[in-house]
Design a protein around this ligand. Structure first.
Ligand SMILES: Cc1cc2nc3c(=O)[nH]c(=O)nc-3n(C[C@H](O)[C@H](O)[C@H](O)COP(=O)(O)O)c2cc1C
Length: 263
């Protein structure tokens, strides 16, 4: 059973996680629970209120999640106040088992893990789907989010003991891939602006959650080497001027409008 106020910390690159988090917020609110949404990229983990229930929402990336999301979670303060915590992630199909290790980290900090859910949404990477298939997947995902939030309210959700196999699978996949940590994508899949298409509107600069895009006045945006590959810039560029090398024919995915993320 959640306490009176939920502080829901989330990151969403292209909108899937945002839709799920917003649906959950709506369910909680209808149940009379106050919910504060916080963007992880703009939040300081040390500022969290340990008297509130904490929610975490994030996308799966490379069978884990983004480094800055991990950093936020790892920097959460220890608690002795029986602070409840729940999580939700969105994914295209296979998360690699992040739920297990995350639970252990949070339990060791003193939190009470009270719910974990992985919700399949359209892939925003290797994107080839048609609009109809995406819409259906989003609808199904949002229904699951609604049910999950109800379960949290009713004390039916669980972040139970995750089988050892799941933990083993997670660590094996991390050890073999090491993609996010090594930032291999900076070498092979680096995003860059097509200067013929770019109109220097600065939207990519304002969207980047890790300030990896710099822009001097009147100049084209310059991409650094700390991209987390959340695909916000490529997805929301109004000119399609930041091509995503792994998407089919350069198609990009966005579940919401850019204004949801503009700083
Ligand atoms: C770099 C990157 C890596 C991804 N890796 C995975 C993955 O390992 N497994 C998976 O199921 N989905 C993966 N996805 C798909 C996203 O998790 C999924 O589309 C998610 O719902 C996107 O959420 P968002 O719109 O809130 O950013 C990946 C997406 C990106 C951009």
């Amino acid at each position: 059973m959640v306490k009176g106020v939920i502080d829901f910390y989330y990151f969403s690159g292209t909108g899937n996680t945002l839709l799920v988090v917003q649906k959950m917020r709506d369910v909680f609110t209808l149940e009379g629970i106050r919910v504060n949404l916080h963007k992880i990229e703009e939040s300081n983990p040390e500022d969290i209120n340990l008297n509130h229930t904490v929610g975490l929402g994030f996308p799966i990336a490379e069978m884990s999640t983004y480094n800055f999301v991990w950093n936020f979670i790892k920097a959460l303060p220890k608690t002795t106040l029986s602070t409840e915590i729940f999580m939700v992630d969105t994914l295209a199909g296979f998360s690699g088992g992040i739920v297990g290790p995350l639970r252990e980290i949070l339990k060791n900090k003193g939190y009470i893990p009270c719910g974990a859910k992985e919700i399949v949404m359209p892939p925003n990477i290797f994107f080839i789907q048609d609009a109809g298939a995406c819409k259906k997947k989003v609808e199904e995902g949002i229904q699951k989010a609604e049910k999950y939030a109800q379960d949290i309210v009713n004390g039916k959700s669980q972040w139970g003991r995750v089988p050892v196999l799941s933990d083993a699978m997670y660590y094996a996949s991390r050890a073999s891939l090491k993609l996010t940590e090594s930032n291999i994508n900076q070498k092979f899949l680096r995003l860059e602006t097509d200067e013929e298409e770019c109109r220097k509107c600065g939207i990519c600069y304002r969207l980047c959650p890790v300030n990896n895009i710099e822009m001097e006045e009147g100049e084209y945006p310059q991409h650094g080497f700390n991209c987390e590959y959340c695909l916000r810039c490529t997805s929301f560029c109004p000119r399609g001027a930041i091509p995503c090398p792994v998407n089919y024919k350069g198609k990009t995915y966005q579940a919401v409008k850019a204004k949801e993320f503009l700083k």
